[in-house]
Write a protein that binds this ligand. Structure first.
Ligand code: HEM
Length: 242
């Protein structure tokens, strides 16, 4: 075989291999159709879906209804004209055609004029037709320490929660770490002190930060950042009966 034909065969082989690899990477039709669902989400956690984290979709809420607007990243993504809407409630902003911070994050609509109300109705119809609805904004829960203790994995049908400095995270997707068979005793507890001290001692599972130094408080801040990225915030801890 001369060099020309040998080259031709190599080219044919490479094209065939590329087609096979790209087909195998497409996954099954079921996988391709899996729709992202966020379900109940607090406005605090919604803010994480603003396009800065490329592993997450871009979400926008209108009167509490959460839409996946990722396919319009050219408008809602970082640096784009509507980026201020990403990760926020925007009903009031849509009604007023505004990107003013005072209107963003607000679903206060009682003072809208007829024209603004009609603009909002049109915008809602447009969002409904263009984007998938993937969840709803729910208020933050308020749990006492006794109530929080009920989310430690005793009942497998309930989510797992823990608190850090009074902020409650849903850590259900870390069940392998925190569930009854996990290695960390943090579920159902405030665990700021334990995390700061890198301690798995149950006695350290509390919010008392007295006596901790700069290094420990820095470690705690790193944990807070990690949890804020990985887990949804679902509520705040309030004083209990004890
Ligand atoms: C010999 C000591 C330890 C080893 C080998 C170890 C190992 C690990 C590993 C492999 C992970 C998973 C990392 C990931 O996939 O993201 C992890 C996560 C974690 N570790 Fe440890 N660990 C140790 C000690 C501790 C201690 C003393 C604490 C006490 C605060 C701790 C708290 C955590 C927490 C909170 C997570 C995060 C789990 C999550 O992503 O929700 N670890 N550790």
């Amino acid at each position: 075989m001369d060099w020309y034909h040998a080259g031709l065969w190599v080219a044919v082989f490479l094209v065939a291999a590329t087609v096979i690899v790209s087909r195998s990477n497409q996954g099954s039709p079921e996988e391709a159709c899996t729709k992202f669902e966020v379900g109940d989400i607090s406005s605090h956690t919604l803010a994480q879906y603003c396009g800065y984290d490329f592993s997450k979709p871009i979400l926008v809420a209108v009167q509490g209804k959460v839409y996946d607007v990722t396919k319009a990243a050219d408008r809602f993504g970082p640096g784009k004209p509507l980026h201020a809407y990403a990760g926020r409630e925007v009903a009031r902003a849509l009604a007023k055609s505004s990107i003013d911070l005072a209107d963003l994050g607000s679903s206060e609509l009682h003072d809208l004029g007829a024209e603004e109300a009609s603009r909002l109705r049109e915008a809602v119809a447009q969002y409904d037709s263009q984007y998938d609805a993937v969840g709803q904004v729910v208020p933050l829960k308020q749990l006492t320490p006794e109530e929080l203790a009920g989310y430690a994995g005793q009942d497998p049908s309930k989510p797992l929660y823990l608190a850090i400095k009074g902020t409650i995270f849903d850590i259900s997707k870390g069940r392998q770490f925190y569930g009854p068979d996990g290695i960390y005793p943090f579920a159902g507890k405030e665990c700021a002190r334990a995390l700061a001290l890198m301690s798995t001692d149950e006695a350290d599972c509390c919010g008392n930060l007295e006596g901790l130094g700069f290094t420990e408080l820095d470690i705690l801040r790193d944990w807070e950042a990690k949890f804020n990225i990985k887990y949804p915030v679902i509520g705040t801890l309030v004083a209990g009966t004890k």
